[in-house]
Design a protein around this ligand. Structure first.
Ligand SMILES: NC(=O)c1ccc[n+]([C@@H]2O[C@H](COP(=O)([O-])OP(=O)(O)OC[C@H]3O[C@@H](n4cnc5c(N)ncnc54)[C@H](OP(=O)(O)O)[C@@H]3O)[C@@H](O)[C@H]2O)c1
Length: 300
């Protein structure tokens, strides 16, 4: 029988796609969610991270946990309350699962978790590898705490794999629709000086990399980005080309972005150039290594 995977955050942008791909490959899939589910062929178990409750049956027969749950990083202004929610939805959640694994017998041997390239945050032109030092701003701190909480699984004898995910490109969610909207309306332009690096990845390669992580004995941390990062200007131009729209406005000045987004402006125009060397050396083959190919597939 195929393996049984429990996803947290399985209802999200990536979770849905990973669920579909795993079901197609013959895996059994369950979700841990804050609300009852309606996905066909998926059993949903409930948890409440604030109350510290979890349906204990969620781990029965499970082989691997994929931990994607977390409050959206860019979904609201970074108040202190929001920052706490962003971090705790990632750390307390996996902690709740580990507490359950300590007290109930199970056969789980692997935990694969999302993390983010926010670990490196705004690093200018420097190429970031998995052993590069973390940033100490909010994004960096969030990723440090997130990975530390996931790493607790090593004490339980689990194989722990973390993917520092870049900007996932998908027509229906995440950063791309927001970037594409002003371009579609004819008022798009690069942000800041346009030179910030964008560590993009096509969603299909994200799904494939989770599957690769399941099926190969990888552990530790791997960057989850395409091998050819582009600058904000190159990305904006490539999207405009796909959408057959001209770019005629001057760049949006950095100070305007800072005024609008405050501390969060790092998400919009922070420069993060990230290496895909380690995952490629492990044998992963990207389907979309170049931005033009990726966008023409996304916008067919
Ligand atoms: N998409 C990207 O570009 C990208 C880039 C870097 C890292 N990542 C990381 O990869 C993971 C999955 O990304 P995604 O784009 O699929 O995220 P998403 O669409 O925002 O989905 C995240 C899921 O987490 C659960 N969730 C949301 N708020 C929560 C809260 N306050 N407490 C507990 N659970 C909560 C929800 O599941 P339920 O409603 O079922 O509970 C939701 O479906 C996230 O951790 C994200 O930070 C994504």
């Amino acid at each position: 029988m195929g393996k049984h995977i429990l996803l947290t955050g399985g209802t999200g942008l990536l979770g849905k796609k990973i669920t579909d791909a795993l079901l197609k490959k013959g895996y059994a899939v369950s979700h841990l969610s804050r609300k009852p589910g309606n996905a066909p062929r998926v059993k949903t178990f409930l948890w409440d991270i604030h109350k510290g409750t979890i349906d204990e049956a969620a781990i029965d027969d499970i082989d691997t946990i994929i931990h994607l749950a977390g409050a959206g990083i860019a979904d609201g202004r970074w108040t202190d309350k929001r920052k706490k929610e962003i971090i705790e939805s990632r750390t307390k959640s996996i902690g709740l699962i580990y507490e359950l694994l300590k007290k109930k017998s199970h056969k789980i041997d692997t935990v694969i978790s999302a993390s983010g390239v926010g670990y490196y945050s705004d690093g200018g032109d420097e190429l970031m590898f998995e052993d590069s030092p973390p940033a100490h701003d909010f994004l960096g701190t969030c990723c440090i705490e997130w990975e530390k909480a996931v790493d607790e699984g090593k004490q339980l004898g689990l194989r722990v794999l973390k993917f520092r995910t870049g900007v996932v490109l998908d027509k229906n969610g995440g950063a791309l629709p927001q970037l594409a909207l002003p371009i579609k309306l004819g008022v798009g332009s690069p942000l800041g000086n346009g030179k910030a690096w964008v560590p993009w990845i096509h969603y299909e390669d994200v799904v494939a990399m989770y599957q690769f992580g399941l099926e190969h004995n990888l552990q530790g941390v791997y960057n989850m980005v395409a091998p050819n990062p582009v600058t904000n200007k190159q990305l904006t131009q490539a999207v405009a080309k796909q959408l057959h729209r001209p770019l005629w406005l001057p760049n949006v000045p950095a100070f305007v972005l800072k005024l609008i987004f405050g501390e969060m402006s790092v998400v919009v125009f922070g420069s993060t150039k990230v290496s895909a060397q380690k995952i490629e050396a492990a044998g992963f083959k990207f389907r979309f290594a170049d931005i033009e190919e990726a966008l023409s597939d996304i916008y067919v």
